[in-house]
Design a protein around this ligand. Structure first.
Ligand code: CTP
Ligand code: CA
Length: 227
């Protein structure tokens, strides 16, 4: 019975999660992307669903499938498409977690035909994409909004800066340069920091276990914010 209660703690809650990289094309055969595989975001979606939430997962291009068919999966490719998919669903949510590694830049010019090689260099001019998380934060009403931070240096300092700048309820800070953490692997090591700047270190564990722990911390903070 205790087990049931634990597992059903997100019952009736709507949770929106973004996962994976985005892919920004420059011509019909070439694109810019990053090392995200989507594992952390998929683990969060499955953990939230197993805790009873109604989950929507917006994912960039990944080689993963969901083991839980109650999760609604929306596939997108570019940062612009992810922006649209997240905004279209944002208002109705209780919890929104942005685990995706969104491209910060995309080619300013997209060639319709394949670019032929030529002598000398090819300079691709890049322009900024929209910051999805920032724009969601600006629309926030009652949603509990959680960002991720991928850092290779001073992770907690930079992560807390992002929490403040984007006015988030919490941030999950990822030292992507550490052993057993970051892109591609099955394990992760993160620090969860909430609005009050309380830090919780989650030591090396499977991305499934980390997902579960993150959701428990979110639930705790949601309870505290309501008080
Ligand atoms: N993010 C986003 N839209 C973007 C870029 C980032 O929604 N165009 C979100 C990510 O999903 C993540 C958070 O912002 O939840 C932080 O991403 P990160 O790349 O660590 O930070 P940035 O703010 O992009 O700053 P920088 O890459 O310069 O460290
Ligand atoms: Ca970035």
């Amino acid at each position: 019975e205790e087990h049931q209660k634990q597992n059903g703690r997100l019952t009736g809650k709507k949770v929106l999660i973004s996962a994976g990289p985005t892919k920004e094309k420059v011509d019909p055969v070439r694109f810019f992307t990053n090392r995200s595989t989507g594992k952390m975001g998929f683990a969060l979606a499955e953990a939230a669903s197993s805790m009873g939430a109604e989950v929507t997962l917006v994912t960039g291009p990944v080689n993963l499938s969901l083991s839980d068919d109650r999760v609604q999966r929306i596939d997108v490719v570019t940062a612009e498409e992810m922006h649209e998919a997240m905004h279209a669903r944002f208002e109705a949510q209780d919890v929104v977690i942005k685990a995706a590694a969104v491209a910060d830049y995309r080619p300013k010019q997209v060639y319709e035909e394949k670019m032929k090689k030529h002598d000398g260099t090819w300079q691709v001019e890049m322009e900024r994409t929209k910051d999805i998380l920032q724009s969601l934060a600006e629309r926030k009403t009652d949603q509990f909004l959680v960002g991720f931070a991928a850092e290779t240096k001073d992770p907690v300092d930079y992560g807390i800066k992002k929490l403040q700048q984007k006015d988030l309820d919490a941030i999950v800070i990822n030292n992507v340069a550490a052993d057993g953490a970051g892109f591609g692997g099955d394990t992760n090591i993160v620090t969860y920091v909430n609005r009050a700047h309380e830090k919780k270190n989650i030591s090396k564990a499977s991305k499934q276990q980390i997902a579960r722990r993150i959701l428990e911390l979110i639930l705790q903070d949601m309870k505290d914010e309501k008080k």
